[in-house]
Design a binder for this molecule. Structure first.
Ligand SMILES: [Zn+2]
Length: 192
């Protein structure tokens, strides 16, 4: 697997895809030649398409075409694009209000506010550690918390197997530093 040639954040993205939490992927490629063919051979269940060194992955061609079209359109499509990439609607709506050009500032603000090691901590996403692949609309966004929780649980279930083994332990070790991420405590939060 050409992990060395992919951005670190792609580890989180691919694991979310494999866990069935993220329906489709979009990854910017710095080294398209090293990544495209190996990935195409590996991900037989998905269409892997390279358009101008941006990789689009979906389980059918129609969705790939839609992703490419929206991504290359000059009109804003935050909600539709976010929905195709599996982001909660509330978070896509927030990004629409903030505007494409201010996303980085919003991301920085979010990282200042969010508690370290909590489920929505995306401060190390660019280093391959995170439980979601979007900037949530708030530090207690419930759909984001559910996604993060579902992913964390699927990672914990796979401990000992080869699934996600490249990055699983790093992510589990990081998030297990927060005692509130212990499974029974999380269950309590979601049962309220
Ligand atoms: Zn949200």
């Amino acid at each position: 697997m050409p992990w060395a040639y992919l951005p670190h954040s792609a580890k989180v993205d691919f694991a979310l895809l494999i866990a069935g939490i993220k329906p489709n992927l979009r990854v910017i490629l710095d080294h398209p030649a090293e990544v495209y063919s190996p990935l195409k051979n590996l991900l037989k269940s998905h269409i892997v398409h390279n358009h101008n060194d941006v990789l689009y992955i979906a389980d059918n061609l129609e969705v790939v075409r839609k992703l490419v079209k929206i991504d290359n359109d000059h009109m804003p499509h935050e909600i539709e694009f976010g929905c195709l990439l599996g982001y909660p609607k509330c978070c896509s709506e927030k990004i629409k209000v903030i505007g494409e050009s201010d996303i980085d500032t919003y991301n920085d603000d979010f990282n200042q506010k969010v508690e370290r090691f909590s489920l929505l901590d995306i401060s190390l996403y660019n280093h391959g550690i995170g439980l979601i692949s979007h900037v949530p609309c708030s530090i207690d966004c419930e759909p984001s918390l559910r996604q993060a929780h579902q992913f964390y649980q699927s990672l914990r279930i796979t401990v000992g197997s080869k699934k996600f083994c490249v990055w699983r332990n790093e992510i589990i070790n990081y998030f297990s530093q927060n005692e509130y991420n212990h499974p029974y405590k999380i269950e309590k939060v979601f049962r309220r």
